[in-house]
Design a protein. Structure first.
Lengths: 343, 168
């Protein structure tokens, strides 16, 4: 009993700590990678290769004056940053980041490397993620600022539109795996496609669900308000969108929530489509982290490459392109699964 | 333990439901409705109905209420000046009559179970899992399920026909 409790607390601590550290250092990675794309150096002054930059930024934000504009809806204004950061971190509770392990024989019983595995794991992630939008919407509304309000309105419309296609894009995976539990979904991807005894590809769902993966990726970009879908905070039109009136740690919390959401959707994509922790030789968490970082790099790459959508293009793309494609994917997968299963 | 959790959640649900009605600002009403729905979702967990719990969060708290907020913000509904001024007698009478009727009905429905009744059936392991819900929906409850979806579709088409000036 006591050991279970300690193991659980250690797991929560490690995941939370790793998540916070990754969030902090994603800012450094993003600045460095974008700098490379634009043939500049990025941060170089604080520490070797600017490695201490996130810590310096954190200190600065903590000691900055915390301004509250006049005539804000005070309770909601203070609450909004927490409403956006808490769901971003909670969603990670069900994501499996490794196989069961005894930690090189240190523990008496093998421990599963996920905080919890619930029957409705993937729906839990979607449910919690859908709550994250309140932080943005309420921040926009309570700030008593036209730009913020417009940002909040855009965010609510955008997130609702893309949530739908995102949910539908993973239905194919669920049908193939036959479970909503993320651990079961990873286990369903074990094995290798072989042709006449020659191993070709791992049985990851990205190879059987390529369309689903593409739709998921587009929706994930939109859900995390990342370029080219960053309309709620479009600098050229809305100053800074929903967080225009926020400063100091309140601003930092929105920032951290965005990066935490990015990590969560990447981890979910790695779990659903890239085989999660599965991979040869190296320990399972290494594979998982490697896949997540590959997807995070893709996020930054897209930001450096693509211009921002116009608002009508965004809605058109979501409802008239992604949604029918997602439905098509479901129908095709269902037919295929029926034919194969019935033989 | 279960009773304690249930009382807490029920209290939160009931109090925030009352606050929905007495708020002067529509946005705060919506916020309390979200809290009320969250508490309801918690009660579903106590009933071991995990699937219903997560659907409650995704659909009601995550989607429908966001749309409510969107509409409230889009229309920019301001604070009501004085919601308590000039109470309409006829309206109060109807409200009192209807709520008394509802209370009596609820009492009659619950009376058999409330005191010394058998209570809700205990959860039997599989109950409330996604598989169970799915199997029931697509076997025993197939017709009600499909009819509900048709009704929703009709409502949606109706809203579109009413809202659009030209249907081209």
């Amino acid at each position: 009993m006591l050991e279970t409790l300690i193991v659980m607390l250690v797991k929560i601590g490690v995941v939370f700590g790793a998540l916070l550290l990754t969030v902090a250092y994603m800012t450094w990675v993003e600045r460095k990678v974008i700098a490379d794309f634009q043939v500049r150096l990025g941060p170089t002054r604080v520490g070797p290769y600017g490695l201490l930059q996130p810590i310096a930024d954190g200190m600065k934000l903590m000691f900055k004056e915390d301004l509250t504009p006049s005539q804000v809806e005070r309770v909601v204004y203070v609450l909004a940053p927490s409403l956006s950061i808490i769901p971003a971190f909670i969603a990670f509770a069900v994501i499996p980041f490794g196989d069961t392990t005894t930690l090189f024989g240190l523990l008496s019983k093998p421990v599963a490397l996920h905080i919890t595995d619930i029957d409705v794991g993937i729906l839990f992630v979607f449910g919690v993620a859908s709550l994250g939008v309140y932080g943005i919407v309420l921040a926009g509304w309570s700030s008593n600022n036209k730009y913020s309000l417009l940002g909040g309105l855009r965010a609510s419309a955008q997130l609702i539109s893309y949530e739908l296609s995102m949910g539908l894009s993973v239905v194919g995976v669920l049908m193939l795996a036959g479970s909503l539990s993320l651990v079961d979904i990873v286990r369903a991807q074990e094995g290798i496609y072989a042709w006449r005894g020659i191993p070709l590809l791992p049985r990851w769902f990205i190879f059987s669900q390529p369309l689903g993966f593409c739709i998921y990726l587009c929706c994930a970009l939109a859900e995390t308000n990342r370029a080219p879908f960053d309309l709620p905070e479009a600098e050229t039109e809305l100053v800074a969108g929903f967080h225009t009136e926020y400063s100091s740690m309140k601003f930092a919390m929105f920032f951290m929530a965005e990066y935490a959401n990015m990590i969560t959707v990447s981890a979910l994509a790695a779990t659903l489509f890239l085989g999660g922790w599965l991979g040869p030789i190296a320990p399972s968490p290494v594979w998982f982290i490697g896949k997540v970082f590959l997807l995070l790099f893709l996020f930054i790459w897209l930001r450096a490459t693509l211009p921002r959508f116009r608002y009508d293009q965004l809605m058109h793309f979501g409802w008239k392109r992604l949604l029918p494609l997602a439905l098509l994917n479901i129908a095709a997968t269902a037919t295929g699964a029926m034919l194969v299963l019935r033989g | 333990m279960e009773i304690a959790f249930f009382s807490g959640l029920a209290l939160v649900a009931a109090v925030s439901a009352i606050l929905v009605v007495v708020q002067r600002h529509a946005v705060y009403s919506a916020l309390f409705l979200i809290i009320s729905m969250g508490a309801l979702a918690g009660i579903y967990i106590l009933l071991e109905a995990h699937f219903v719990w997560v659907i409650q969060v995704i659909v009601y708290a995550g989607a429908i209420m966001v749309l409510f907020l969107f509409v409230i913000m889009l229309l920019d509904i301001r604070r009501e000046q004085d919601p308590w001024a000039a109470p309409d007698r006829g309206r109060i009478l109807v409200a009192v009559l209807l709520s008394t009727l509802l209370l009596v009905e609820l009492g009659m429905a619950a009376g058999t179970h409330l005191v010394g009744g058998a209570g809700a059936p205990g959860p039997a392991g599989e109950f409330g899992t996604t598989q169970m819900v799915g199997q029931l929906l697509f076997t025993d409850f197939l017709y009600p399920f499909e009819i509900t979806s048709i009704i929703l579709l009709v409502a949606m088409v109706g809203a579109m026909v009413l809202a659009k000036k030209r249907l081209t």
